[in-house]
Design a protein around this ligand. Structure first.
Ligand code: MBD
Ligand code: FE
Length: 291
């Protein structure tokens, strides 16, 4: 079992991750803005009215007091100040957006992207090791399989982008003190659509406890954990990109992920590596054709 205990030093380090996710998101949106269309006023009217009504209904039905209203106002201000809107939304809302976006798919299940994706990670040769420190702690882990289309055709040259937390639950470029591309890499499937990636097993992830999201979690007496997971984006020309996360059997938080992003199809089946240290697992991706 992975050690999930955190000392005060590592907890403090986690705090900046939410704010860094805001910076990252703004940059990505600025780049995408050029391609976005005109405002659909009818749709905004419909959705915004519905959202406002849902909140008003809660106030009326549950007789929300001025004390509670002011606590909400203070908390919303703090979410912004702490830069935790991407963290908040990806933890508590993205799973429904993903469900709607991908319900038509016949290929592999996906799940939420979360706040810590970075594009253009270094390309690693087939069979290679993801960028990591010389003394990277954690169980060595070989992650291999095949990328196919829904008709069974192997997708030679499919691209797999993998990013995951380290053995303490930290993501490079979001928690300080890690090499820029630590545990982030881009891999290309071979002629048979097969890939083989060498990495280490990530630790479970704790939502930063000292920001606005942590404040809500403490006030509501919830737990702050996501199960250990690998993040992936698998893509091939003419196919829909599969954004996914893969989980490990037996993780205590597979059944109560705070981000509601675990699906039974996404739990891996690692075995001891017969040829060396650590573990090995096989997982195949099936991509839907682009509409
Ligand atoms: C994560 O690592 C993550 O994957 C999600 C969805 C939310 C917060 C942290
Ligand atoms: Fe994650």
């Amino acid at each position: 079992m992975t050690d999930t205990s955190f000392d005060s030093e590592t907890t403090a380090k986690a705090a900046e991750s939410g704010a860094n996710a805001s910076v990252q998101f703004r940059e990505r949106m600025a780049a995408a803005a050029a391609g976005s269309g005109p405002i659909d006023h009818k749709r905004v009217d419909y959705l915004a009215s519905k959202a406002v009504k849902a909140l008003n209904d809660i106030v009326l039905e549950d007789k929300v007091s001025y004390t509670e209203y002011n606590a909400l106002k203070a908390w919303l201000i703090k979410v912004g100040e702490d830069g935790e809107w991407p963290l908040f939304l990806d933890v508590w809302l993205e799973h429904s957006v993903e469900e709607v976006a991908n319900e038509h798919r016949e290929g592999s299940k996906g799940t939420i992207e979360g706040p810590y994706y970075i594009g253009d990670s270094p390309e690693v040769e087939w069979n290679g090791t993801i960028p990591m420190r010389d003394d990277e702690p954690g169980t060595p882990f070989i992650f291999a399989g095949q990328v196919r289309a829904v008709d069974g055709q192997p997708l030679a040259g499919a691209k797999l982008e993998l990013w995951h937390a380290d053995n303490l639950g930290f993501y490079s470029q979001f928690a300080p003190g890690l090499p820029e591309w630590n545990l982030r890499g881009t891999f290309v499937a071979n002629e048979e659509g097969r890939y083989e990636i060498h990495t280490i097993r990530p630790a479970p992830y704790q939502i930063p406890t000292d920001g606005a999201c942590g404040q809500l979690i403490a006030a509501a007496d919830w737990h702050a954990w996501r199960p250990a997971h690998l993040h992936l984006k698998v893509s091939a020309p003419g196919h829909e990109t599969n954004t996914s996360q893969l989980y490990f059997p037996g993780d205590p938080h597979n059944n109560d992920d705070i981000a509601s992003a675990v699906k039974p199809e996404l739990i891996l089946d690692p075995k001891p590596n017969p040829d060396g240290e650590g573990e090995i697992t096989e997982y195949d991706f099936v991509l839907d054709p682009e509409a």
